[in-house]
Design a protein around this ligand. Sequence first.
Ligand code: ADP
Length: 226
Amino acid sequence: MIYFNDVSKQYQKDTTALEGISLSINAGEFVSIVGHSGAGKTTLIKLILAEEGPTDGTVFFESVDIHKLKSNDLTKLRRRIGTVFQDFKLLSNKTAYENIAFAMEAAGKTDEEIAADVPHVLDLVDLLGKANHFPSQLSGGEKQRLAIARAIINQPEVIIADEPTGNLDPINTYEVVQILKKINDLGTTIVLTTHNRGVIDSIGKRVITLEKGRIVRDDKDGRYMI
Ligand code: ADP
């Protein structure tokens, strides 16, 4: 589904963020990307989202070279990818319900679809009772569960989660990982970056380890080795 072919990324002449990255991520996989700070995790995510372009090599989403897309087609491609970030990126002036409804409106969904789907997804992340709360009235874990609900509402094929548990305590981290596992079990591909050994161990799936911009391990059985 996602293919990196000998990809390198240099932001400036003398800083190589990624070097010689080749990997494939198949539909339905749950892949964790681990590595120390500066290893290149966020750069890899930005290349998948086409927020940055490669200096060398190609990145394909299915049969499409995503860095050759015109902006219209890129917008369409990004609708197939849901994103979750460490800092949630929720709209502070909208309630939990409205945050999700807004994402559906942006994707052109009807009022009927919104009324039917928003309660369903809030229930999935156990936030139905907080539909009318603003982000400032939610805990960190609740905010991240809301961000996940928003990420999945338009049924993307992939969820990209960049350090989604970075701001959370262990209990909330556990809950967020359980929700991501549930979403993966329902068929969505997940690509997650993390520093957290406990997260990797509790997922128990494929782990790609980056070191100084290179892949140094690609383990099917999900052990944290750095
Ligand atoms: P990680 O997410 O693993 O911490 P990053 O992908 O953010 O790693 O960074 C990889 C390398 O690229 C680091 O050396 C970082 O300083 C550098 N880098 C990241 N973003 C930029 C940027 N916008 N401009 C210049 N250098 C950058």
